[in-house]
Each structure stands twice: as structure tokens, then as C-alpha cells.
Design a protein around this ligand. Structure first.
Ligand SMILES: [Zn+2]
Length: 192
């Protein structure tokens, strides 16, 4: 019988998303699970027991064979949650960069945008500021760093890039405002 993992209680949404919180490995994690065995004449048989599954819970012991980290299943889940927290932080800072345009980050308009009448530039900036049409398609990572819309029949893009404070290199941590200077670029789709 192929060992089958089942989840109990407050389980993870996707077992294979869990990572070692120490080294990041996701393919060498062992979990101590409970196995029910049927006592037979000549020994035991897992296939015969009523519940042949291998059950584990958030508090079950778990270990990473890559680095030796040992903890509980929930310690490994925490790392997954930490990833979500980081993504949310990046998305929040990106929203701030748009809504406090030019204050919470730098604003760059391309030549194509600058060539438009001022009223259109202002209307476009407002559409960037209030943009909320995020979908898994245009925002696959949930970081809300890109958007597209129409203005007067013209396709407009906006995107946010993260620079190191020296403004030359890329930022090493987009979730830390001290380590990331955000640049919001507004452009014509044809300039992309
Ligand atoms: Zn590890």
C-alpha cells in the first residue's frame, strides 16, 4: 500500500508548500505520523487495520534532513505563513507608493505620458492611484506591483520597481522600506 498522508485539525492548505524554517528545504522533511496496525497471527499488518492512513497533526514532531532542524509540523507551517506576511507587506508598501504618489516612492512618467495634455496626465495618475483591478492573471504573486487600464482609447501600464538606497542596484528586501526605494513608472503600453 502506498503511504498516504492525511491531515487533521488545523492543517495546511497544501502539504507540499511547507518549508524548513531554517534552511528552506521543502523536499527533505520527515514527519512522525501515527500508523494503525492490525494485530495478526504472525505479526502486524497496516493494510488490514481499519484506518490504514498515516495521520499527523500540527503538533506532530517533524525534522528536516537537509539541515537537522527539528520541531513540530506547525513550526514548518509558520514559515509558509511568514511568506504570506512578507507578500502582504510588499503589497501594502506598493499600495502606499501609489496612493502617496511621489511621497512614499519616486514617480517616473515616460516621454509618451509627458507628451499628453496635462489634464490627461492628471487623470491617468488618478487612475493609477485608485487602480484595484488585480487578478491572478496580472498579479500572479499578489504583490500589486503592476496594472493596466485604458485612457481615451490608449492602453496605459504602471509598474513598481525596487531599488537599493544607492538607486543603482536592485533592492535585497522589497518588504523593508529601509532597504527598498520604490519607483512607480507610468507608461504607454507601446513604450513597454
Ligand atoms: Zn532544514
Amino acid at each position: 500500500m502506498q503511504p498516504k498522508l492525511t491531515k487533521k485539525g488545523n492543517a495546511m492548505s497544501n502539504f507540499f508548500d511547507i518549508r524548513c524554517p531554517k534552511c528552506g528545504a521543502d523536499d527533505q522533511i520527515d514527519i512522525a505520523a501515527t500508523v494503525w496496525l492490525r494485530v495478526m497471527e504472525d505479526g502486524t499488518d497496516a493494510d488490514q487495520s481499519e484506518d490504514g492512513d498515516h495521520d499527523f497533526e500540527p503538533t506532530s514532531p517533524a525534522t528536516c534532513n537537509a539541515c537537522g532542524f527539528t520541531g513540530r509540523v506547525q513550526d514548518f507551517e509558520q514559515e509558509e505563513k511568514a511568506g504570506i506576511v512578507t507578500t502582504n507587506k510588499i503589497a501594502e508598501l506598493n499600495d502606499l507608493c501609489r496612493t502617496a504618489m511621489g511621497v512614499a516612492g519616486r514617480l517616473f512618467q515616460t516621454a509618451g505620458i509627458n507628451a499628453l495634455p496635462f489634464a490627461d496626465q492628471s487623470a491617468i495618475r488618478e487612475k493609477v492611484e485608485t487602480f484595484d483591478a488585480f487578478t491572478p492573471d496580472n498579479d500572479p504573486h499578489g504583490e500589486r506591483d503592476f496594472g493596466a487600464f485604458e485612457h481615451n482609447g490608449e492602453r496605459i501600464f504602471w509598474k513598481i520597481d525596487y531599488y537599493a538606497p544607492d538607486m543603482e542596484h536592485g533592492s535585497e528586501d522589497a518588504a523593508d522600506p529601509q532597504k527598498a526605494v520604490r519607483v512607480l513608472t507610468i507608461m504607454l503600453a507601446s513604450e513597454y
